[in-house]
Design a protein around this ligand. Structure first.
Ligand code: ZN
Ligand code: ZN
Ligand code: FE
Length: 747
């Protein structure tokens, strides 16, 4: 019995070939709990066979366990592959979608049935999760079901020596799905004509909506400022960076610095967007002031075919949605909404069963940090060291994902989005239903955030009351820390360093710069940054200058002539007086220690971002302002709270004499130093020398790199997130893990 990611990755044919090559008789069958192999042979041959499997398995397969049992079997005349059988609720894994392989790309030019066929795929590539509707993974349970295979495809599907043997989405020009294009009501068919029209539109500075693996994308010339800003305007996406698809690796290298790890991420079969350092400009509005580019390589045959047709080495390729809504998957909605944005929609006649965005990763501190976990990653499980069966974790509010427990595996959903949007909330409910039916999951225990107003918390609350299930409310930053603990199966108490934007605190304030010491089933809050007022509440998140003003009030005194400071001169006089007033009187000014707010304040102080239009814009611009390294840092006092008053005062003194890069680098260094000093204090008091780092602020490459180096240099063992995001997308895994841990303590 083989468990793990072994369905839909060409595993049964691989087993068949392995067995027949050795002259072994028996059978292999996909069951919903894994792949079962029966061999009619002696023990030592069977064991050798089991040992060879992991070494020789297909690249997208991920084997979790192989169990060899000895029993009486009948006599077998040959080795055969049986049709799938539905066995029990111990569901195995579903393969993520896999980028088109080189052999299939070759077929586009050479296979008589697949010349220019844009849905070419085989057992080692093609759509998987996005087309599946139930398990086991067979063609009838996917959106390929309506397409009857032609004789040739059937022959390949049944030929054990063929690359397409049992490839569920197998298709060709005769029998498979096709693209169609609609330009302002005019219908165009035939892939050649469609690609020609696309090329023409792109070079004319126009945009195109195109159906991708897990949703629609919007595309335009990445070098034409007019095209990019036009798309931005029509998409109502003011400054948030657009992803860019490059023709090939050498095109990426022309515009971005690419390390060995980044190259591997770009080329992997998951094909995520990789955030790279820009070295040569694209159209300025692509990344709106950031020194980074979200780069990806073609992952569908149609992308490769398009780049052969067009002259430009890169196109903008961003999610086809209206601001804050989930990416569009429905053809009718696309024809309506995206037509308004682009005037041209390229679609195909196979349904997307499961919505899934492009994933976004960044190489930080030599490892892969996942910023958005979607295509290529979901629905891959995270293996836990404890039983999590029946636990549903509802996640957070922003960048939500939910997570379910099956046995000792946690299955975090794909990226869902920001819950306050009604369409996103609908997607959330859909995802819960999908994971419940696909993985035969019935919740027996529910976890959510402590914040009572998060929609995910309300959902969890209602569900637990409806079904009479226990509900556990988990502190936000405890969940962040636990997400790392879960990923790395850490069993001893650790120092949890969580640098974050916001999160509901136990004292009624907004937390987000937490130094926690985890205990079995709980945590102690050891230290945190000083609380600062957030004048106007959420308005202070949208307008970082308010946080800068709040810091000036706190650290330079209420009487300080803030109007003499450059960053406040550009702010409307009346508005600034009102905000100054509410700070003094403490009206509508909740207290926060969120590290993100401090980054906001500094970003505003340096006039990089007085107002932010997308989440984390101010901190991202602050990181991007760094153009040289140094080891300098500001003074601070670390204890039960961290006082950054001295830092802030010195920073204000330097405003006129230093450039923003120097201040930004010194500020980042200071935060890293603070973390190291507090960790040392905790180690002195507790003896703990292992730290886990999580929270959205650690997506800052400079900060995490510096912090990790300082901590390691001072004898700490550190762990970070690699399987789920450090941002709120990873919260659900942490919630699930903590419920599993508490449950194990009760037994
Ligand atoms: Zn292939
Ligand atoms: Zn065919
Ligand atoms: Fe958070």
């Amino acid at each position: 019995m083989i468990r793990g990611l072994v369905q839909g990755v060409g595993f049964r044919p691989f087993i068949y070939r392995l067995a027949t090559a050795r002259g072994l008789h028996g059978e292999v069958v996909n069951r919903s709990d894994g792949v079962a192999v029966i061999l009619d042979c002696g023990e030592s041959l069977a064991e050798q066979f089991a040992r060879d499997i992991p070494v020789m398995a297909p690249q997208a397969a991920m084997i979790r366990s192989i169990e060899v049992t000895k029993r009486e079997v009948g006599r077998y005349e040959c080795f055969s592959i049986l049709s799938s059988r539905d066995i029990d609720d111990n569901i195995t894994e579903v393969s993520p979608d896999i980028a088109v392989c080189d052999e299939c790309l070759h077929d586009i030019d050479s296979d008589i049935n697949r010349i220019d066929y844009p849905f070419v795929n085989c057992t080692s590539c093609g759509p998987r999760f996005s087309i599946i509707s139930s398990l086991p993974y067979d063609r009838v349970s996917t959106s390929m079901a309506p397409f009857a295979m032609c004789d040739n495809c059937t022959a390949e599907y049944n030929d054990i020596s063929d690359r397409r043997f049992h490839a569920q989405p197998v298709a060709c020009n005769k029998c498979g799905p096709v693209y169609s294009m609609n330009i302002d009501g005019r219908e165009i068919r035939g892939i050649r004509s469609i690609l020609e029209q696309m090329a023409e539109r792109l070079s004319a500075g126009l945009s195109v909506a195109i159906k991708s693996t897990g949703g629609y994308n919007l595309m335009c010339d990445a070098f034409s400022e007019e095209a990019v800003s036009g798309l931005r305007h029509r998409k109502q996406r003011d400054r948030k960076p657009f992803a860019v698809m490059f023709r090939d690796l050498s095109a990426v290298r022309d515009y971005c610095a690419v390390s060995k790890e980044e190259e591997a991420a770009l080329l992997s079969w998951r094909r995520p967007v990789v955030i790279l350092e820009s070295i040569r400009p694209l159209a300025p509005s692509v990344s709106s002031g950031l020194r980074t580019v979200g780069a990806m390589l073609p992952h569908m045959p149609v992308h490769h075919m398009l780049f052969r047709m067009i002259g430009m080495p890169a196109v903008v390729l961003t999610s086809g949605n209206l601001s804050h809504e989930p990416v569009i998957t429905d053809d009718t909605v696309a024809a309506e909404d995206l037509m308004k944005v682009t005037g041209c929609v390229v679609s195909y006649n196979r349904a997307i069963n499961n919505r899934i965005d492009d994933s976004v990763v960044r190489i930080i501190d030599g490892g892969m940090a996942i910023i958005r976990r979607a295509r290529g990653f979901a629905p891959q499980p995270v293996g836990l060291a404890r039983d999590a069966e029946g636990i549903l974790a509802a996640g957070a509010e922003m960048k939500n994902s939910l997570c379910i427990g099956k046995g000792s595996q946690a299955l975090p959903s794909q990226y869902i989005g920001d819950m306050y949007n009604p369409a996103t909330y609908e997607f959330y409910l859909e995802t819960f239903r999908l994971y419940s039916s696909l993985f035969r999951f019935t919740p027996s225990s529910v976890a959510c955030d402590m914040h009572p107003d998060y929609l995910s918390s309300r959902f969890a609350d209602e569900l637990s009351r409806e079904r009479g299930l226990p509900l556990t409310r988990i502190q936000h930053h405890h969940a962040h820390a636990a997400s790392v603990i879960a990923e790395h199966n850490l069993s001893d108490p650790v120092i949890g360093v969580v640098m974050d934007g916001t999160g509901y605190g136990l004292d009624g304030n907004i937390w987000g710069s937490e130094f926690l010491v985890t205990t079995p089933g709980g945590f102690e809050r050891y230290s945190h940054f000083d609380y600062i007022k957030m004048p106007g509440g959420d308005a202070a998140v949208r307008e970082p200058w308010r946080m800068a003003l709040s810091c000036v009030h706190k650290y330079l005194g209420a009487g300080y002539d803030f109007r003499s400071l450059r960053p406040f001169r550009s702010i409307d006089e009346r508005k600034i007086s009102v905000v100054s007033g509410i700070i003094e009187q403490g009206i509508n000014s909740p207290l926060t220690c969120g590290a993100g707010r401090l980054f906001d304040a500094v970003s505003a102080l340096l006039m990089l971002c007085p107002e932010q239009v997308y989440d984390s814009e101010a901190p991202m611009l602050l990181e991007s302002a760094i153009n040289k390294n140094s080891e300098e840092y500001y003074p601070f006092t670390a204890g039960e709270t961290v006082d950054v008053g001295e830092m802030f005062r010195e920073m204000v003194r330097e405003l006129d004499s230093s450039d923003s890069s120097s201040v930004a680098v010194k500020f980042h260094n200071t935060i890293a130093r603070i973390i190291m000093e507090v960790c040392k204090l905790i180690r002195r008091d507790t003896g703990i020398r292992t730290a886990v780092l999580s929270g959205g602020v650690f997506q800052n490459r400079f900060l995490l790199g510096k912090t990790a180096a300082l901590l390691r240099g001072n004898g700490f063992k550190i762990y970070t997130n690699h399987q789920v995001p450090a941002n709120d997308g990873g919260i659900s895994l942490g919630q699930l893990y903590l419920v599993a841990e508490r449950r194990s303590l009760c037994v």
